[in-house]
Design a protein around this ligand. Structure first.
Ligand SMILES: [Zn+2]
Length: 339
């Protein structure tokens, strides 16, 4: 099977955006706060909304997508804890409806109701609901809920431990995923995302998080940010701290293949152990154009993997085997689909 572990519901019906606009307008003028979370979206509207993803799955030959709410839309920096709580719940419910209508094509991953500086109790509760009631298999964790200002402590700080305890208890991973940037110095997908990925990896080297949580699992998306290209730097920095990257971080961290050109994919595969690579495209998402040099879409990442000179064993690990280990809750779902 071919499991794309990184897709976002970027094509949700416009009612979702209208709700969000009203919710944010309500911060300034409570009279404009939406009265209900029923946003008037029918099942047919949901079916219609994911036709672009279904078309790309068919054209590119992927079987199933691990699917979460639109990452830029999380915008944890906006409003209060209550704002994030209502918004995350609604976005997760929308993804759940997609997964219910297309159970062979989408598997849910949760948005958490993070808020800058806030304790993670609400996130623990929403993760529990998403996994327990909605059948989700993981969550996205924003290392910078302040949206480009990096005001929260590093991911290795005890501030984050409540969500890690719940992740371990439920045996689900978190993808490290920032949201939109409200710092004009950082373009969100071009700089903030890649910064977030790279920063998280360095935090894991500096801290000692996996001594406290030996089974905690993180996915660092977008090919691991700048990390694979600078692998020697990170190995050397770890060595200077008397740490071995392989033991200290790489038992707990996986990189996805959202790298949008062949040379980048070749480097990723050459540098990162095959057991730590997960197939992903992040479609329909960050970069939707067509590369005039190849004539194919930048985010058609399977095409790059298909061009790599790797054997069937490694191919299986990247497309399915590693995903089954990182997201064990997908196993019964994949077994049902392939039966
Ligand atoms: Zn993403």
């Amino acid at each position: 099977m071919i499991v794309d572990i990184h897709g976002h519901y970027t094509t949700a019906p416009k009612q979702l955006d209208l709700f969000r606009n009203a919710q944010l307008a309500g911060l300034a003028d409570p009279a404009r706060t939406p009265k209900s979370f029923d946003i008037g979206v029918s099942d047919d509207m949901i079916r219609e909304s994911v036709q672009p993803q279904l078309k790309l799955q068919r054209e590119r030959g992927t079987d199933v997508t691990i699917f979460s709410p639109k990452a830029a839309g999380m915008a944890h920096h906006v409003g209060t804890e209550a704002t994030s709580q209502g918004w995350a719940r609604l976005c997760n419910d929308m993804v759940h409806r997609v997964c219910t209508l297309f159970p062979d094509r989408f598997i849910g991953v949760a948005q958490l109701p993070q808020s800058p500086g806030a304790p993670l109790n609400n996130c623990v509760a929403e993760l529990e609901r998403a996994v327990g009631e909605l059948g989700f298999v993981g969550c996205n964790l924003n290392p910078d809920p302040s949206g480009g200002w990096w005001r929260d402590p590093p991911l290795t700080d005890r501030h984050w431990y409540p969500i890690y305890e719940k992740l371990v208890e439920l045996d689900v991973p978190a993808m490290i995923h920032v949201s939109s940037s409200c710092n004009p110095a950082f373009h969100h997908t071009g700089a903030h995302y890649i910064n977030g990925d790279t920063t998280a990896f360095m935090q894991f080297i500096q801290g000692d998080l996996f001594r406290d949580f030996p089974t905690l699992r993180f996915v660092i998306p977008h090919g691991g940010g700048a990390v694979p290209f600078h692998w020697g730097r990170y190995r050397g920095l770890a060595q200077d701290m008397d740490k071995l990257l392989a033991d200290h971080v790489m038992r707990n961290v996986w990189f996805d293949t959202c790298v949008y050109h062949l040379p980048g994919m070749e480097l990723l595969q050459k540098v990162i152990p095959v057991e730590n690579i997960l197939f992903a495209s992040e479609m329909v998402g960050a970069v939707q154009g067509r590369d005039p040099e190849t004539g194919h879409n930048y985010d058609d990442t399977k095409r790059y993997l298909d061009q790599l000179d790797i054997g069937d064993h490694d191919r299986h690990l990247i497309f399915e085997g590693n995903a089954r280990r990182v997201y064990p809750r997908i196993n019964p779902i994949l077994d049902r689909i392939s039966a």
